[in-house]
Ligand binder design. Structure first.
Ligand code: GTP
Ligand code: MG
Length: 202
């Protein structure tokens, strides 16, 4: 399930403008700054294929990356706080949700949750929106390399993950599949690629 080639294909702001070749794809979604673009780079073993930043709001379009000439990874703008005006963020929310609802070649969404901080209401709301719209999802906990900090609630990533799962179990009858990751140590990389390979073969 390893990546041998990865190439940027295009940036789109409308679902209709996305690649039309029908290859299966997986989208990375989550709060701004959660580490979507960094995870994409970790998966393809490249440092700067997808652009990252300390400042939330870096990714602003639906970005398609073709992997092994046979499937896509899709990097998306984040939701929640971002260093962008409110009307721009509303636009991002509109076109990403339109993409989730209409994109037929979308196999599954990978919802990224920051494991270095306590569970956030907005993440639960996003998970429940995906669930209500029957969009298949896998939970990806990011930044598992970060150690506990008092200002972030003083909990270890494992404890934050457990808290989030307890909360999400109230929304879902069965817990979605979940993977713990770090783009610094590349924890979870093989697990994600294997999971994506299994999903493509259904
Ligand atoms: P937007 O495009 O703004 O929505 O953000 P994003 O979700 O794509 O986040 P991005 O990958 O740009 O990373 C945001 C910041 O978090 C950067 O400073 C990254 O270096 C850092 N970061 C991302 N993943 C990890 C991780 O696994 N561990 C640690 N310690 N930092 C990370
Ligand atoms: Mg990004």
């Amino acid at each position: 399930a390893q990546v041998s080639t990865a190439e940027f294909v295009k940036s789109s702001k409308r679902t209709e403008d996305c690649p039309a070749d029908g290859l299966p794809e997986f989208a990375l979604v989550g709060r701004s700054n959660v580490g979507k673009s960094s995870l994409l780079n970790s998966l393809v073993r490249r440092k700067r294929l997808a652009l990252t930043s300390k400042k939330p709001g870096k990714t602003q379009c639906i970005n398609h990356f073709r992997i092994n000439d046979s499937w896509y990874l899709v990097d998306l703008p984040g939701y929640g706080y971002a260093a962008a005006p409110q009307e721009v963020r509303i636009d991002w929310d509109g076109f990403t949700k339109d993409y989730f609802l209409k994109r037929e070649s979308l196999v599954s969404v990978f919802l990224l949750i920051d494991a270095s901080i306590p569970a956030k209401q907005i993440d639960l709301e996003y998970a429940s929106w995906l669930g209500q719209n029957q969009i298949p999802m896998t939970l990806v906990f990011t930044k598992c390399d970060k150690r506990k900090k008092k200002k972030n609630g003083g909990k270890r990533p494992e404890e934050n993950v457990e808290d989030f799962q307890n909360l999400i179990n109230e929304f879902f009858k069965s817990t979605p599949p979940w993977i713990m990751t770090s783009s610094v140590t590349n924890q979870g990389r093989d697990e994600i690629l294997l999971h994506m390979a299994q999903l493509r073969n259904y």
